[in-house]
Write a protein of this length. Structure first.
Length: 107
């Protein structure tokens, strides 16, 4: 009887370990799929994310004295979208990632 109870206990531990591994694997899979789904070139940009991108774009244009309808501003917008689609979602990272395309000369 003692041997059976040890085997029974070991069986329960093995089942618990297998269940734990399945849950972890499932969580990892879900996170991976979420990353893949939301970093695809044609994935949707939701209103909240669009508002973030607009805010960053406006701030960059304002700080640099750039006309939002200029060619340079279009390049900024294109770069912001590329960064967003590659997974950059943080406002500060987006702001820091935009290079200065040109320097303004004093008139």
């Amino acid at each position: 009887m003692i041997a059976i109870s040890f085997a029974d206990r070991d069986s329960k531990q093995a089942k618990n370990q297998q269940q734990s591994i399945r849950q972890k694997t499932s969580t990892i899979w879900e996170k991976t799929m979420e990353h893949v789904l939301f970093t695809q070139p044609n994935s949707p940009i939701y209103p909240r994310d669009l508002a973030l991108l607009q805010h960053v774009f406006d701030q960059i244009c304002h700080e640099r004295g750039e006309d939002p309808s200029s060619v340079w501003a279009s390049e900024i917008a294109r770069t912001l979208l590329k960064l967003y689609r590659s997974g950059v979602r943080d406002k500060d990272l987006l702001l820091a990632s935009i290079p200065r395309f040109r320097t303004r000369t004093a008139a």
